[in-house]
Design a protein around this ligand. Structure first.
Ligand code: NAD
Length: 253
């Protein structure tokens, strides 16, 4: 059902990125893709990855900047000829905040994490809305984590940002539903990516999942991608979180 759709994928840093797994899965469905990346440092990698699936629409976009977002959405809408699908796979917290106590988060770092990891979904959805509405509707998916609903040691301000992201996803689903635009989230279990490497003790997270999750195993980025594609395609699913964590979220202990 996604064949011929036009998608923007935000959040590819390298081939381990969850966003890249989603891009590959969408490409396999016949979707035409465009990419945004953060900063010159990532440009070469993202361009090479995009080229490997036949895309040359690769534009810089720092989600903290409204001017960047305006320019990027303009370039992408022009390059793709419209927009049907948006994959938001962007998050950041200052490294020092992913250890120690949440209570020590500074005001500046609190807003930084919420700005990049949560407000960016609203900022992107706002710019996607007219493009999607012009094509009769669309679908948006974001990446969240259980640390927004329960306390996960060391996830700290990132958990608060994910709670904000989850709530934003639901309010956006309500706002955009009348334009036939759906908004959902995938809650992934731990996947070894660049962002995950900045979480101290990440290895113990995967060990705990393997011991306690109903399926007694960890997941990988392609599992997340499969569910993201399902949510992007599912006609009457909006405002929801799909858990791809081998069932870990269902356990009390
Ligand atoms: P990743 O490092 O590959 O992706 C994070 C992306 O965010 C990078 O591409 C980075 O460039 C981008 N980003 C950060 N600050 C930005 C800014 N100011 N402007 C634009 N882009 C910016 O790591 P990932 O694990 O693939 O993360 C993708 C999403 O998945 C994140 O929302 C993350 O919280 C979520 N997630 C990851 C896991 C996991 O275990 N890896 C689990 C659950 C949810």
């Amino acid at each position: 059902m996604l064949e011929g759709k036009l998608a923007l994928v935000a959040g590819v840093a390298n081939r381990r990125s969850i966003a890249w797994a989603v891009a590959e899965a969408l490409h396999a469905q016949g979707v035409k893709l465009a990419f945004t990346y953060q900063g010159e440092r990532l440009e070469k990698t993202v361009r090479e990855l995009a080229a490997s699936i036949g895309s040359d629409i690769v534009v810089p976009c720092d989600v903290r900047s409204d001017a960047d977002l305006d320019r990027a959405f303009g370039e992408i809408a022009g390059g793709l000829g419209g927009l049907d699908l948006l994959v938001h796979s962007v998050a950041f917290a200052a490294a020092g905040d992913l250890e120690g106590r949440f209570i020590d988060t500074t005001r500046e770092n609190f807003w930084l994490a919420v700005d990049i990891s949560a407000y960016s979904l609203t900022a992107m959805a706002k710019r996607a809305e007219p493009l999607m509405a012009a094509r009769g509707g669309g679908s948006i998916v974001t990446m969240t984590y259980l640390g927004g609903e329960r306390v996960v040691p060391r996830y700290n301000v990132m958990g608060v940002a994910k709670a904000t992201l989850d709530a934003s996803m639901r309010y956006l689903a309500a706002d955009l539903g009348p334009s036939n635009i759906r908004v959902n989230a995938v809650s992934a279990g731990p996947v070894r990516t660049l962002a995950a490497r900045s979480i101290p003790g990440f290895g113990s997270m995967t060990d705990i999942v393997e011991q306690r999750a109903p399926l007694k195993r960890n997941i990988d980025a392609s599992d997340v991608a499969q569910t993201a594609v399902y949510l992007l395609d599912a006609p009457n699913v909006t405002g929801t979180i799909a858990y791809v964590d081998a069932g870990y979220h269902a356990m009390g202990m």
